[in-house]
Design a protein around this ligand. Structure first.
Ligand SMILES: CC(C)(COP(=O)(O)OP(=O)(O)OC[C@H]1O[C@@H](n2cnc3c(N)ncnc32)[C@H](O)[C@@H]1OP(=O)(O)O)[C@@H](O)C(=O)NCCC(=O)NCCS
Length: 167
């Protein structure tokens, strides 16, 4: 089935909550198993400046979400942080690749961002593989970074650099 990517809309709230509510999505992200509709309503209906939310759709259904957050500090305005998830029953079918391609195009061709950064659990192999395929490299390891399902786990700091030549 064809996967398309578009901007997230307030009406996508329940579909995006469903994406992040799946057990594999909770395992791979920093979300709690419960997230209120109000939290997502605010993110989608009252986005902060520099917040870009996109969704992957298949057959009219929202099956994945990616959020890009440009840093607020003026001296970090060339950077953005990324977070993403694909609905459990859609993982491994190309939605993550489509979302990341759209995010990288937005960052490189329209926002002129120089550095994209993210954190990912060191044992999240599908995610690390996807990020490396788009040019992200491991910059270091955060030890005991997050509590996941009863254990503290490590996370990589990864970044994708596209540095403009110094003036
Ligand atoms: C990580 C994630 C976003 C990737 O999206 P996706 O739609 O599954 O990815 P794609 O189908 O485009 O495939 C990306 C790569 O992951 C691999 N992959 C995806 N699901 C996999 C699985 N369950 N087991 C093994 N590999 C898998 C694909 O083979 C592909 O590898 P390649 O780059 O070597 O070809 C998605 O699996 C996901 O939402 N996981 C749970 C939440 C999460 O971990 N989010 C990331 C937080 S940092």
């Amino acid at each position: 089935m064809e996967i398309t990517v578009r901007s997230a809309e307030p009406g996508d709230l329940e579909a995006i909550r469903r994406v992040y509510g799946g057990p594999r999505a909770v395992w791979g992200t920093f979300q709690l198993p419960f997230s209120t509709a109000e939290r997502w309503r605010r993110l989608l209906s009252e986005p902060e400046p520099g917040a870009y939310d996109i969704v992957a759709c298949a057959g009219g259904d929202v099956v994945g979400h990616l959020g890009l957050r440009v840093a607020h500090q003026p001296r970090r305005a060339h950077t953005a942080a990324l977070g993403m998830a694909v609905r459990d029953d859609w993982q491994g079918k190309g939605a993550g690749t489509a979302l990341m391609q759209a995010a990288v195009d937005l960052a490189d061709k329209w926002l002129n961002l120089q550095r994209l950064e993210l954190q990912v659990y060191t044992d999240n192999e599908p995610a690390v593989r996807l990020y490396k395929r788009f040019g992200f490299v491991v910059e270091g390891t955060h030890v005991a970074f997050a509590f996941r399902d009863g254990k503290l786990v490590d996370a990589y700091a990864m970044a994708r650099l596209r540095l403009a030549p110094a003036p």
